[in-house]
Design a protein around this ligand. Structure first.
Ligand code: GUN
Length: 294
């Protein structure tokens, strides 16, 4: 029988830990983390994410600033706001909610963020630092997935074979670097991989991050393996919308020892790790010891 990995509870605990660290640091150093979130346009899913980021940042004692800009905002206006935030000493973390409306150059915007304030960990400097084994700000979803893995399997993941299904810049590739840094043997499968099923059957850890509903079948999971499902897909069942992951959960849970549900698995970890990264960014900017080193 498998054990569910309760990401919601883990994220709640992580936020409580962060809130108490914020109190301690404020007492000693008289500063508190500042997070700026920039939302351009009116994408409904993005509005929900941004509201939650704001809510949890405030709950953890952060200074939280949200900039809601119209979809007609120009590239120059957006870049100017980022420069202002880069120069604002009370802001330690900047997040531009993706996707940006059509016509805006996402790459140029993300690369304009000061790498020290890049709490998404998407800037090439932060990706590069992760790749050379000197991680600074790590992308939130891979970081959250690693924390869940370590909670169940212990800190030492040495020698475990991890198969990552998906090679995105946001999840698959940084997850590969993170697991390598933890001495896992890592295989990255993607849409052109010849036999993803056989690769998964060899895995001690399967990370599914492709964005295809239930692509990873239950009989691809080795008995006793750990499954981290990063997918959040909305599908129609009998005229109703249902959230499913990239893993066929009902069958996979028969083989896995530990498995994340969707929803309630990796999802809640992303915002908790954004807050963790903002605290890390503040500590790095002020040369304070980071209480959350990996
Ligand atoms: N949109 C969906 N997920 C994310 C994320 O992790 N960061 C940003 N900036 N935008 C997103």
């Amino acid at each position: 029988m498998s054990q569910l990995i309760d990401g919601k509870a883990f994220a709640e605990n992580l936020r409580k830990t962060i809130a108490s660290q914020v109190v301690d640091i404020e007492k000693e150093h008289h500063i508190r983390p500042g997070l700026a979130v920039v939302l351009v346009g009116e994408d409904p899913a993005s509005q929900v994410y941004v509201r939650n980021k704001e809510k949890f940042a405030i709950e953890c004692g952060f200074k939280s600033e949200t900039f809601r800009l119209p979809a007609t905002t120009s590239q120059a206006e957006l870049l100017e706001l980022i420069q202002t935030l880069n120069n604002d000493a009370t802001i330690h973390g900047i997040l531009v909610q993706l996707p940006l409306p059509k016509g805006l150059n996402e790459e140029e915007v993300l690369y304009a963020i000061d790498p020290q304030k890049d709490v998404d960990g998407f800037h090439p400097i932060n990706i590069g630092l992760l790749s050379i084994g000197k991680p600074s700000l790590i992308p939130c979803t891979p970081l959250g997935s690693l924390l869940l893995l370590q909670d169940k399997l212990g800190k030492d993941l040495s020698g475990k074979h991890a198969v990552i299904v998906g090679r995105s810049n946001i999840v698959g590739k940084p997850m590969m670097q993170l697991l390598l840094s933890q001495n896992c043997t890592v295989t990255v499968a993607h849409s052109r991989t010849k036999d993803v099923a056989s690769l998964c059957r060899e895995a001690d850890i399967v990370i599914a991050a492709v964005g295809v509903p239930e692509l990873v079948k239950g009989d691809w999971i080795k008995k006793g393996a750990t499954v981290i499902d990063v997918g959040i897909n909305r599908i129609e069942v009998d005229g109703k919308t249902k959230l499913v992951g990239d893993v066929e959960f009902a069958t996979a849970k028969e083989n896995a020892e530990f498995i994340t549900p969707v929803p309630g698995g990796v999802g809640p970890m992303t915002i908790a790790c954004l807050l963790r990264n903002t605290l890390t960014a503040m500590c790095q900017q002020h040369k304070i010891v980071d209480p959350n080193k990996l």
